[in-house]
Design a protein around this ligand. Structure first.
Ligand SMILES: C[S@@+](CC[C@H](N)C(=O)[O-])C[C@H]1O[C@@H](n2cnc3c(N)ncnc32)[C@H](O)[C@@H]1O
Length: 399
């Protein structure tokens, strides 16, 4: 990097910090100083840029090597930069856009600093991060708290190696662990804070055990219907944790061990056949509930084992399928030409009945926003609820 490039990068960091302050994500002077200091470009030497096309979503490789000015400018944009697709593909050696599913990224800086503000750290706070990714968020915490106060766990060894190299380049040396972050870091526990930059369906017992009483866990609770909620929980003396969901629309890739089970070809064919012979009924709640942020979260609370797929059979309309592989159950929702949707269900769990019950309870309570929801867990039994007329409306999400 030349002096010119370094000066340009410093100027871009200043602009980014201004933008994050304007958006309200960044408000404390300590984190502002950190954003102004930590060189994000070292953590994203190459990444993918989303490019929608008639072939669906494609990912265009961008790298320092091929287009220095554009790369540097993009590196400091308030955008998420995907750095790995399908668990192995990186922009390295690619010149053309490719398709794939993001499996690692440098999270939107606005979201990272918003989470760091929620983490409420002070000098001396010891933090365990789950999901090192590029190492950028790790670097921000090192700059604020000191290397020896930060541990970060990354499950993917290649991703972890990239982050380790970038952190070294930035002159930082936190404790880096390669492994499943759902197990935490028992060796160096207890921590004052756990922050996860991947989402989880169930908050693992290990995080509760490894957070000191009064400490905080900041994590996005998610599921296979793509409902998400960022929660901050406080760990109690008895090792349980309780907390609230925060406002905003924050989503993270799910922790790899908690990813949805694949729906195999045989399972899929059997499901379609069983649904074709199932009794139809009109839908009370339509599948576009998934487009409503809190509605999708509530639908998922109703059918936590379900995953969603859309399919078009023989040139017919797009049909929404909800499949619970473990329960051996499924539901389909087919649009009717005159409006409305028809539901068909198969298997012991009536998935769409469960979604409708949850959504109707939520709507009858006046559709409260996500920040009215609370969460409690002992690492095994996980409960989400909101109060309606002083009474809890509760869902059990036990693992
Ligand atoms: C959104 S990225 C992290 C972004 C990162 N904090 C940054 O600023 O660049 C999520 C990361 O979580 C990692 N991950 C997924 N499951 C994990 C697990 N069980 N333990 C540790 N890391 C995990 C993924 O490999 C991915 O690198």
């Amino acid at each position: 990097m030349t002096n010119d490039t370094n000066a340009q990068a410093a100027a871009l960091r200043h602009i980014l910090a201004d933008e994050l302050e304007r958006s309200g994500d960044l408000y404390s002077p300590q984190w502002r100083r950190v954003v102004e200091r930590v060189p994000r470009h070292l953590f994203v030497p190459e990444f993918f840029r989303r490019a929608d096309s008639d072939r669906g979503t494609l990912w265009e490789p961008v790298s320092r090597e091929h287009e220095l000015d554009r790369w540097l400018d993009l590196a400091y944009r308030n955008e998420t930069w995907v750095t790995q697709l399908d668990g192995h593909l990186t922009p390295h050696d690619l010149t053309e856009p490719v398709s794939g599913n993001p499996t690692s990224s440098s999270t939107l800086p606005g979201l990272v600093v918003e989470m760091l503000e929620y983490l409420a750290v002070d000098d001396g706070t010891r933090v365990l991060e789950i999901g090192t990714g590029t190492g950028y968020s790790t670097a921000l915490m090192c700059d604020r708290l000191g290397d020896d106060h930060v541990t970060s766990v990354e499950v993917d060894p290649d991703v972890a190696a990239g982050a380790a190299a970038a952190l070294r380049r930035a002159g930082l040396s936190p404790n880096l662990v390669i492994g499943d972050g759902l197990l935490g870091d028992p060796q160096n526990a207890p921590y004052d804070r756990v922050i996860a930059t991947c989402s989880v369906r169930h908050i693992p017992r290990a995080w509760l055990d490894q957070t000191r009483p009064g400490g905080r866990i900041l994590v996005t609770v998610a599921g296979w219907l793509h409902g998400y909620g960022l929660a901050v929980l406080e760990v109690a003396d008895d090792g349980t944790a309780e907390g609230r969901f925060l406002p905003g629309t924050i989503s993270f890739m799910i922790a790899r061990p908690q990813a949805a089970p694949p729906v195999g070809d045989e399972h899929w064919t059997g499901t379609i056949e069983a649904l074709a012979g199932a009794e139809p009924r009109p839908a009370v709640i339509e599948p576009d509930i998934r487009a409503d942020w809190t509605g999708a979260f509530v639908a998922q609370l109703g059918a936590p084992g379900a995953q969603w797929k859309a399919r078009r059979v023989d040139g017919g309309p797009w049909v929404d399928y909800f499949v619970d592989v473990d329960a051996g159950s499924a539901a389909s929702l087919t649009p009717e030409p005159g409006g409305g949707w028809t539901v068909r269900q198969t298997g012991p769990a009536r998935l769409w009945d469960d979604v409708e019950t949850a959504v109707v309870r939520w709507r009858e309570a006046g559709s409260p926003p996500q920040e009215r929801f609370r969460i409690r867990t002992d690492g095994h039994t996980q409960t989400v609820w909101f109060l309606s007329g002083g009474k809890p409306v509760t869902w059990d999400l036990s693992a």
